[in-house]
Write a protein that binds this ligand. Sequence first.
Ligand SMILES: Nc1ncnc2c1ncn2[C@@H]1O[C@H](COP(=O)(O)OP(=O)(O)OP(=O)(O)O)[C@@H](O)[C@H]1O
Ligand SMILES: [Mg+2]
Length: 366
Amino acid sequence: MVILVNPSILESSFIPDRLIARDGEIDRIMETVIKPTRNGITTNLILYGDSGTGKTVTMRYLAREIRDPYVIYVNAIAYRYVKNVLIDFLSKFGIIVPERSSYASLFTRIESLMKDQGKNVILVIDEAANILKSDYDGLYYLFRSKDSFDVNISTIFVVMEDPTILFDAKIRKSYGMFGEIKFRRYTKAEIYQIVMNRAVQSLTDGGYDDDVLDYIAEVSAEYGSARVGIDILAKAAHIAEYRRSPKISFDDVRAARSMISPFVTESKLASMDYEDLIVLLAVCRCLSTARFTDVECVSRNLGVISEQYGKKDINLYERIRRLENNGIISSSIEGQGRGEGVKKVISIYDIPISVLTEKIENLLNA
Ligand SMILES: Nc1ncnc2c1ncn2[C@@H]1O[C@H](COP(=O)(O)OP(=O)(O)OP(=O)(O)O)[C@@H](O)[C@H]1O
Ligand SMILES: [Mg+2]
């Protein structure tokens, strides 16, 4: 029994014809960045908000719809430097440059490219948290590119964190003024509309009814995330197909909900630094065949992994505390019995360890 006839509509790479409930945000981006850039005025913007609030799809939608200026979207999830972003940006125009290129030569290329094209450019850097937090030199070149290299380029950074947490006052001063736009969480009614719009395009007519979509919206509203809604819809359709039903039931929705990990998103991992990821990988190694683990096991694995990735002197206790605060790992204190003292027990509940391990390794090896 096939219910999901058009699966690509529910994939995260899909960009819909129109966005729901983001008109205000799009207007502000038009007024603060797109129109000024069209007229040769360079501005910078930070767009932030929780996972699944439509930051990425909105920017990719604008990159598709806006012809002047060019809106170039780069996903920096695997990048640590502005330089990587610029190289990626040039490659989108078929220009391949060596990794070792200097900023001067990169901006010279960009300048002649923009002259050829006769249009200004907005560079959208998605998953920009790591770059904003650590690549001061690269950002300096980017923000001074007008004065130093005569390149007029506006930038939109996309992150999850509130910018006030992301940089301290000193950095703020040296980076200069930024506009900010927050993407708020979606309401249940908005998620309902988004999920309905996708269901119409991807499922058989008899595969769902309004009540089921309403239930999906209700379950997802806790996270305010359109991604959670769409993921549950896709999974629920598969589950219904698997039990050979022509229609998604409430229980299919519950089963789908139990399978997704709304808290462990790519963005969340990308916003963690290198050392956090290394420690998390060590935790995963310990948990690959066990229900829970302890600091001793993590420490043993950390030795091997940190050597492999060339990082020494990691403060394990501090890192574990950060991962706990982040909500990725859970821990509890257990008595060892008979005066043996207590011990910290570590576990991960929200995501299969194999999936998490692969995601971390992709980031570390990038
Ligand atoms: N307003 C909207 N209208 C239609 N679809 C939307 C809307 N907002 C989000 N979506 C869909 O929801 C999913 C998640 O959105 P998106 O990837 O843009 O979230 P995000 O804010 O970038 O999250 P993250 O911080 O985790 O990267 C995507 O499939 C996207 O197409
Ligand atoms: Mg995103």
